[in-house]
Design a protein around this ligand. Sequence first.
Ligand SMILES: [Zn+2]
Length: 257
Amino acid sequence: MNQDLISEGQQDNPVAQCPYCNKQLPKFPSRKAACPFCKKIYYVRTDPLSGDKVVLTELQVDENKLAWAKKGYVDEAGDEDLKLIEYGPIDKMIVKAKRAFRDGQKDVAWGIYNKALITPDPTAGMLTGSNFLSSQWRILRPMVIQLMAEDKYSNALSNLIRLMGIEALEFGYNPKNPIQGIAPGTLEIARDAVGWGNITRDKCEQIFDDLKQTVLDNTEKMALNLDKQNGFGIASVQSIDWNILKQQWLSVLYTIN
Ligand SMILES: [Zn+2]
């Protein structure tokens, strides 16, 4: 938001300028109206950082909306969901990472997340492929949120593809329609990452293909092996067709609504 916008919280009798012609408005407006001087329509919104009311142009309303969306990721990245504390060691690590982010120690948070990814989860019960995937999912999701909060959209997208892969393997096994297992929230974050990061369809496809060679294949193999080693006759995880999933992912993300 522009620093020079007069905000309501700054004084007892707040004044506001028209964001178009800069003339002082008769009183601080409470809603959208036409400027008495230039007749243009101004809008009243709350600034996500200061919490003050601000008077904006139509274009600035879009910026304000974006700023609120971004603040959502920052808040979530630092929100130590207390419900997690009562769970196992993985969740305790997630809480610690979120607290570190909130306290401005981003790198500490990353250290904890990366360690969590390779920490076996003893509370997962029997080590099925499905339990393994669900533990990875719980760690990857807050990692994605922190990447969004740090404006690292390519990295966020890469981890979103991992998340999506897990969701498709675990929840959406349908060879013809693997994307049906993907949570709407995951797609929503991916749309933000693609839009805010100006990530092209080609680049997104590249990220997917790079991951597919190693990470996605390994994740699937690991889950299937766990089921096999632990004697699950019917695997808790099914393999999927990554190519179909990629095509569906790209068409969902790059279709103009
Ligand atoms: Zn005006």
